[in-house]
Design a protein around this ligand. Structure first.
Ligand code: HAM
Length: 415
């Protein structure tokens, strides 16, 4: 039997209905925050991701040559494609440009719970503005999305990659080795970062103070310990967030992010219930446009790991109730099957979701099937009722039945 490729999943109707419902919740929040949707190709020139994605993404890139010998990659994320699209077609539009997107991304990772080779991101970018207010807007929308989905237990941590980059430069790490060091710090692999830093010639004292910096965690009180202007900047971000009703965030200079394009504020949200793969959202401010042939434009964005947040919701016991259909039409006997077809057509015409028995089931089995597909009503079509232009409408929850004229049947079901 052929299975779907490792790290990918089929979404069967029960699962997909739930996913679509939660996707709609996120779309609605994006709309309320003034974002408009954008869609880019699922594959791109590989170079787009190689330019500034960092060693983590590079290792995981699904890259291949197409028949025209072009280097192509399946998108591992959507920020670079969106910025490319901005440079190609939106760079003259009034700023800021606020766009959101939803779609699949591909990373060649070792699959496990919450980590797939094909996964879905719901993300947003604010292109053309670099202020604490803009950063707060992005963080607030991410937090609002998580709340609207109903997830209870999560944490938002805000850091500043500029501070870490500066520190790394100050202690003598050359530019071409910065990504390697950041990658280890991102994964909190201090044991692996230490020999790299030693090899570069960084002193023990400097290594210690770098590690200490990444352990600056807490409320606004720790901002005093943040070197340079970043402390004031993050203080402003936190202030804006408070005004917007988001006050459950934490400062954490250990937020490094796995991607290489961030320049300033960075943030992550995690759901502890997920264990190892607990990061449900990541983002920050960055510049990418200058790499793709445009002017340098500061931007801020984030992406929610859609699969992961749904997994966290499931683990918290948030259940989804299948919507079902309005009516299931059951012909009582063979000779009224065509009348049943006409009746289901009428119901559909009136805007109701209606289905009709196609399997020739006996009444009790047909009713069982109707309740299995969560039909609110069964519409029973028999010769007796038809003779005076009626059907029997059965409420599937209460079991109550009533004879209703075909004329009134749709409004009775809608009622
Ligand atoms: P990222 O942190 O690499 O950021 O990915 C965003 C989210 O996608 C993660 O927090 C995680 O929930 C989810 N995710 C990542 N890899 C997988 C996987 N293999 N399986 C399941 N879920 C996964 C970005 O991609 C940036 N483009 C976010 C951004 C937008 N920054 C600025 N704008």
């Amino acid at each position: 039997m052929i299975q779907c490729p490792r790290g990918t999943r089929d979404f069967l109707p029960d699962e997909l209905e739930k996913r679509r419902a939660y996707e709609a919740v996120l779309r609605d929040v994006a709309r309320r925050f003034g974002f408009r949707e954008i869609e880019t190709p699922i594959f791109e020139e590989a170079e787009l991701f190689i330019l500034r994605s960092g060693p983590n993404v590079m290792k995981e890139l699904y890259a291949f040559k197409d028949k025209g010998d072009r280097d192509i990659a399946l998108r591992p994320e959507m920020t670079a494609p969106v910025v490319r699209a901005f440079v190609n077609g939106m760079s003259n539009d009034p700023k800021p440009i606020k766009v959101f997107y939803f779609g699949q991304c591909f990373r060649y990772e070792r699959p496990q719970s919450g980590r797939y080779r094909e996964f879905f991101q719901f993300g947003a970018e604010i292109i053309g503005s670099a202020t604490p207010e803009t950063d707060a807007e992005a963080i607030a929308m991410a937090a609002f999305m998580i709340k609207e989905l109903g997830l209870k237990n999560y944490k938002v941590r805000i850091g500043h990659i500029g501070v870490l980059r500066q520190k790394i430069a100050d202690i003598g790490v050359p530019k071409d080795r910065t990504a390697e060091v950041l990658q280890k710090l991102d994964k909190k692999l201090y044991d692996e970062a230490e020999p790299i830093l030693r090899d570069i010639g960084v002193s023990d004292g400097d290594i210690k103070s770098l590690f200490e910096l990444t352990e600056t965690v807490g409320g606004v009180e720790v901002l005093d310990k943040v070197p340079g202007d970043a402390g004031t900047y993050l203080g402003e971000v936190i202030d804006y967030l408070k005004r917007m009703g988001v006050d459950d965030v934490e400062i954490d200079l250990g937020v490094v992010r796995g991607l290489d394009y961030y320049t300033g504020m960075v943030f992550e949200a995690e759901a502890p219930v997920l264990g190892a793969e607990k990061q449900i959202c990541g983002g920050g401010s960055y510049t990418l446009s200058e790499l793709f042939g445009g002017e340098k434009v500061f931007s801020t964005g984030f992406a929610i790991g859609f699969d992961r947040i749904l997994l966290a919701m499931e683990k918290e016991g948030i259940s989804y109730e299948r919507k079902g259909i309005d009516a299931y039409v059951v012909p009582v006997s063979e000779d009224v099957r065509k009348d049943a077809s006409a009746i289901v057509a009428k119901l559909r015409e009136s805007g109701l979701a209606a289905d009709v028995d196609l399997m020739g089931r006996k009444m009790s089995k047909a009713l069982k099937y109707a309740s299995g597909i969560c039909a609110r009503y069964a519409v029973i079509v028999g010769n007796d009722e038809l003779s005076d232009g009626s059907v029997t409408v059965r409420d599937m929850t209460t079991g109550e039945q009533a004879k209703v004229s075909i004329e009134d049947m749709a409004s009775k079901i809608k009622g």
